[in-house]
Design a protein around this ligand. Sequence first.
Ligand SMILES: [Zn+2]
Length: 437
Amino acid sequence: MSTGTPTGPRAGSRTDGLGLPPGALAAATARVMARCDELARLSSMSGGIERVYLSPEHARANRLAERWLREAGMATAQDAAGNLVGHLPGRDPDAPVLLLGSHLDTVRDAGRYDGIVGVLMAVEVVRLLGPRVRTWPFGLDVVAFWDEEGARFGKALLGSSALAGVWDPAWWDLRDADGVSLREAFTAFGLDPARVGEAARRPADLVGYLEAHIEQGPELDGAGEALGVVTSIAAARRWEIAVVGEARHAGGTPYDRRRDALVGASEAVLAVERICREEHHVVGTVGRLEAFPGAVNVVPGEVRLTLDLRGELDETRDATWARIGGELDALTGRRGLTWSATAVHDAPAVRCGPLFQDVLHAGIAAGGQGESPALFSRAGHDAMAVGRLTDVGMLFLRNPDGISHHPDEDVSAADVERGLGALAAAVLHLAHERSLV
Ligand SMILES: [Zn+2]
């Protein structure tokens, strides 16, 4: 449920700073909130929200959003990967474009704002600034990405990877829970797998990418701040770790003869938490742990566990992994165990462009929030894939209690209005910067 409407002098100054007619931001906010509700009704599950890639809901959501993009004055097209794109040219139709957007797909039993609110805010920014764009040295594109979440085929950022030109042909054989391959689903949706490369943009055609998104964490809410600017999007390194000891009789093996892999692994889990708490902006999670042989009367001889480690900077994340490795050496040494790790995933953090961070801070300040917090994103976003192509910036909106990927996910209308003002002001700052060069 959305709550609150902005009142008082702050709302007025936001409108004045952008040179908009009175009430324009409030009306735009009302449309965003109503459309989040309207999209929430496009779902494949009863009693909840689920919209996955290349589904009937994908087609219906694109048709609906296409209407909204056209109302905002944009020409529209569905790209070769199923992303919906709206285009408004600047003064030169061949000039590069600034991308604004987020995603319209959801996880199962999702909230109604993750991704969606960013797409709808982008539409409103175009609607608010539209008449001025025709004098700018760049145009605006709104992109509604599909399959940011990876809910259907287990691989996230599909649409944004297509736009970034980093589509991996190995993905065609990914299958959903019903055994349908990505290639088959693509074709059934009316897309041509052979043409997916046509969704790719060229860096020279882009000014950059700006995305507004709910935080999906409690940091802004805890600090009492409506908006924040993302410094980097943390990427995970993941390992499968084996701790090996010796399986022996649970009754007959005295403690001083045991090489209990599960007790060692338990120490390792606690060490991960302790070390990550001590490190700055690193978070580590052991999400799975299996003991073998897994019998009630046998001292565990081997444990396999997973580790997901992510941080604001690759350097601190990797230094933390080195510390964890040292701790694993020490504790397995004490217990007569051995350990080994296999890396199963490794992606670099994506740093947001300094200019994009600056204009977002300036955009927030223009709305009267004052000093705005800078924070890193612990969750993945389309901006990670787009960041391989062009500079990116992300605006985070306060997410009450940090609840996301859940029906209780929320953002207030007051914060959406502040976010709209900040995003529009940031785009205006960019237009000013580009006009000077
Ligand atoms: Zn999202």
